[in-house]
Design a protein around this ligand. Structure first.
Ligand code: SF4
Ligand code: SF4
Length: 468
């Protein structure tokens, strides 16, 4: 066969795409964009425009020097998105959301109800952040999108105000939440209906009554708490987080008791505030920034081995995501699961208790629910700790939907239904996140925080007697 000769002077280097092919790709991308953006342009405007500052912010580069411009539209992020998985709609995927935000920033689409819905349905789970070959973190731009659309999202005005005030004054917020909860329980649901109209989110119906009992947790204490043996073997700080502080204090208490039992002096600085994630998720970036600055000031300079938190969302926020708000984070922050795994591996190697056969006969089956921020935010592989504690992985893993509870209850509920089916054979579902735990309990699932399982197995002496 006769080979066609190529002129070395004009030959393309290997891997270079011809201009014809580039033109064809550009046409495809434009068609694709028209399909996604077009549905939002027609008759769906909110009648307001974006402030020029918000537009600029959307187009700015992130800390890694990447912007919306850099998205290659490859779709790798889409394959992992739980919301795309249930909607099968491009505009509900990370790639689609980035295109929508780019269209918005460039003035090609106007702020619209449909756009808000698509940006609000994101769980901020971070799965897309770890799938992008270019290195783009779609959630960073989705946070910016929420900030840009905040003023137009009037339906959630009361919710944002309540959350802002409640998190600034937790004692007041806790009292108000208790009032709403008790009132909702006592009048056959009429009050609940009213509250639902005011707050287009399910915040008034937590699965647990906020705990009024006194606690030594940071959010409750009047002064910096320091607890530990007389001659401590080390020093750690605890960042409790709001859910562990106020809604499931037993998790925070188990954490502190076990740390003390291991010989640690535990520091709980007075004045810890919310990590800021819920505020940022509702578009309140500036408020979240203020909270971040306060926590960095309190925890950043402590002379401790680690800042341990029982909530991976808090850990991811204070360690990694504060950099997007303030340029730095709390470097020593660590999720409690990782902290205990490191410590217990040594203990087990020296002869720890035998696994107690939770999985035997299916009666005591413990099934793992993996928090997205633990796996994707912090990059923690739970395999070794699950083997250590004899906890099974479910056949089908998935997100519980908590991330959209305040912004898109429908999506949140749909994802929760999937978890209810996936965990139907579990005696208890074990997770590392107090927030996931509350969401799963909404679906009637019996849960435990992994710290409780660690306590049962390795520190039974620290388990308090049942309260009346
Ligand atoms: S953060 Fe989660 S829900 Fe949001 S776009 Fe990324 S993968 Fe989808
Ligand atoms: S994986 Fe990255 S480059 Fe590919 S579509 Fe998603 S954000 Fe864009």
């Amino acid at each position: 066969m006769k080979m066609k000769k190529t002129d070395p002077a004009t030959a393309r280097p290997a891997g270079e795409i011809s201009s014809g092919r580039l033109r064809a790709i550009a046409v495809l991308v434009r068609e694709f964009e028209r399909e996604v953006l077009g549905k939002l342009i027609e008759g769906n405007s909110m009648g307001k425009d974006l402030a020029p500052g918000a537009r600029r912010r959307l187009l700015e580069e992130d800390a890694a020097g990447l912007s919306l411009e850099n998205c290659a539209r490859c779709g790798s992020c889409k394959a992992r998105c739980p919301v795309y998985e249930i909607t099968k709609n491009e505009a509900f995927s990370p790639r689609g959301r980035l295109m929508l935000l780019k269209g918005l920033a460039e003035g090609r689409i106007s702020p619209a109800g449909g756009l808000l819905k698509r940006i609000s349905a994101c769980l901020l789970c971070g799965r897309c952040d770890v799938s992008c070959p270019v290195g783009i973190r779609p959630t960073e731009f989705i946070y910016r999108g929420r900030e840009a659309l905040r003023k137009l999202d009037t339906g959630r005005l009361m919710l944002r105000t309540a959350l802002r005030m409640g998190l600034r004054q937790p004692a007041f917020g806790l009292g108000a939440a208790r009032f709403l909860f008790l009132r909702g329980q006592s009048d056959g649901g009429k009050w609940n209906e009213f509250v639902k109209k005011v707050f287009p989110a399910d915040i008034a119906f937590p699965t647990r009554l906020p705990s009024p009992r006194p606690s030594f947790m940071p959010g409750r204490s009047r002064q910096t708490g320091v607890i530990g043996p007389r001659k401590p073997s080390g020093r750690v700080a605890v960042f409790a987080g709001c859910v562990a502080n106020y809604l499931v204090p037993e998790t925070g208490e188990a954490l502190v008791s076990m740390l003390v039992s291991m010989g640690y002096e535990v520091v709980m600085p007075r004045g810890e505030v919310c990590c800021g994630m819920p505020l940022r998720g509702l578009g309140l970036a500036r408020e979240a920034e203020r909270f971040a600055a306060k926590n960095i000031e309190l925890f950043g300079k402590l002379n401790v081995e680690a800042v341990v938190t029982p909530c991976p969302t808090c850990a991811d926020m204070i360690k990694n995501r504060y950099a997007e708000l303030t340029g730095g984070g709390i470097e020593k922050a660590m999720d409690s699961t990782e902290f205990f795994l490191r410590k217990l591996e040594g203990k087990v190697a020296g002869g720890g208790p035998e696994p107690d056969g939770h999985s035997d006969g299916g009666k005591q089956r413990l099934i793992w629910h993996e928090p997205c921020h633990l796996r994707y935010g912090l990059g923690f592989n739970a395999g070794p700790v699950l083997a250590l504690l004899d906890i099974e992985r479910p056949v089908e893993a998935g997100c519980c939907g908590l991330g959209a509870r305040l912004t898109d209850a429908e999506t949140s509920e749909e994802l929760l239904s999937g978890r209810v089916i996936a965990y139907k054979d579990a005696a208890r579902v074990v997770t590392a996140c107090p927030g996931c735990r509350m969401q799963l309990e909404r679906g009637g699932i019996k849960t435990a925080h992994i710290l409780e399982i660690i306590e049962e197995r390795f520190f039974p002496e620290t388990i308090p007697a049942p309260r009346d």
